[in-house]
Design a protein. Structure first.
Length: 116
């Protein structure tokens, strides 16, 4: 990974596959990196990943700012469904990360997710 790297994904929203491309716009290992959506399902996606060393190990935290398309309809979708889905995705990632990395961890805090 490096600043300027572009990453292509295929995600599913309500079962529909969508192409998504992000770019690493800030990369400061081992402390943080930020990805910004270039194309995909959001009007805006800004995701900051922070890594903080503590005596108990590394804390991984996320801060996401996003905007949905379709104006009032997008804001309604945020309130009804999207924010909850994003929290579930990040909670799942945090719950499975220790096993994938072969480490133990304590309870984690939910990511910060805001609309702009």
């Amino acid at each position: 990974m490096s600043r300027g790297a572009e990453i292509d994904y295929v995600i599913r929203m309500v079962g529909v596959p969508l192409k998504w491309r992000t770019q690493i716009v800030d990369y400061e290992p081992p402390h943080r990196f930020i990805d910004l959506q270039l194309s995909g399902p959001y009007s805006l996606w800004h995701h900051r990943h922070d890594f903080t060393e503590t005596a108990e190990g590394t804390i991984v935290s996320d801060c996401v700012s996003y905007r949905l398309p379709l104006g009032p309809l997008g804001r309604l979708a945020h309130r009804v469904m999207v924010r909850r889905q994003l929290l579930q995705i990040f909670r799942h990632r945090q719950a499975t990360m220790p096993e994938l990395l072969g480490v133990s961890c304590r309870s984690l805090v939910d990511p910060v997710i805001t609309t702009v």
